[in-house]
Ligand binder design. Sequence first.
Ligand SMILES: C[S@@+](CC[C@H](N)C(=O)[O-])C[C@H]1O[C@@H](n2cnc3c(N)ncnc32)[C@H](O)[C@@H]1O
Length: 275
Amino acid sequence: MSQIELHLGDCAEVLKTLPPARVQLTVTSPPYDQLRNYNGVADNWGDAVWKACIKQLYRVTRPGGVVVWVVSDQTIKGSETGTSFRQALFAKRCGFRLHDTMIWKKPSVHFPETTRYYNTFEYMFVWSKGTPIFNPLRDRANKTAGERKRHFGERLPDGRLVNLTPKRRVEGVVIKPHGVRFNVWDINTGGGKSHTDQLGYEHPATFPEQLARDHILSWSNRGHTVLDPFMGSGTTGKMANQLGRRFIGIELDPTYFELATRRLADERGDQRQTA
Ligand SMILES: C[S@@+](CC[C@H](N)C(=O)[O-])C[C@H]1O[C@@H](n2cnc3c(N)ncnc32)[C@H](O)[C@@H]1O
């Protein structure tokens, strides 16, 4: 049975109490500017809070560890705030690599627009402390499965196309039915799609279980510690527990803290019944 440690409080403060290099992976989604106030706890949300949090995340992350920061920008007076990009560049200043800028593509359109194309995605920034652990998910159906790969040339920085040396040429390898995923993830969300339990739907801004699960599988191994400093309903914790990882969750709002506590207790109860 994996361990679960939950804290009620401001993550910028609670993270200071964790020892350095304790965490392999963080999968989290902070408030998006002032889009929601989370029962008032995010009223003072802004640069000072997220900067303090990201600094602490760097301190508590192990070498080879990763932070997945799922975020989007508020649109104010017709212009996106760009806070997400400032957060990603600040993470680099703290010492993280901007390892990948991934996209969570959602099927639904939430905010009908008249002056721009409808938005259907959020960023999933992947920040790493050095070279990360990576267990690639190989579930992308290859359209050219069964055909033979051919790769003879490459383009140089000056624009010239040159032949690869015989050692680097690829020819004749049969393309497998499934390849490694691309970095745009199509993940369904909404009623009946995000969560397998009802409690997950009692929070107003969750990410789907599949998103947390797939990142946990990609960037950590069994027995590792997974953190969510903006725990909400505890989606990351639920998936971490199912996948045999330890979990540390932090939430500032007492109502959501209690919700996550109940959800994770139910989860462990279910596991005991099926064990
Ligand atoms: C986008 S929601 C996270 C939802 C979560 N991913 C889930 O699937 O349930 C952000 C959460 O951060 C909490 N929060 C806001 N400011 C916080 C802070 N300084 N420290 C800890 N939690 C905070 C909010 O109350 C809210 O529940």
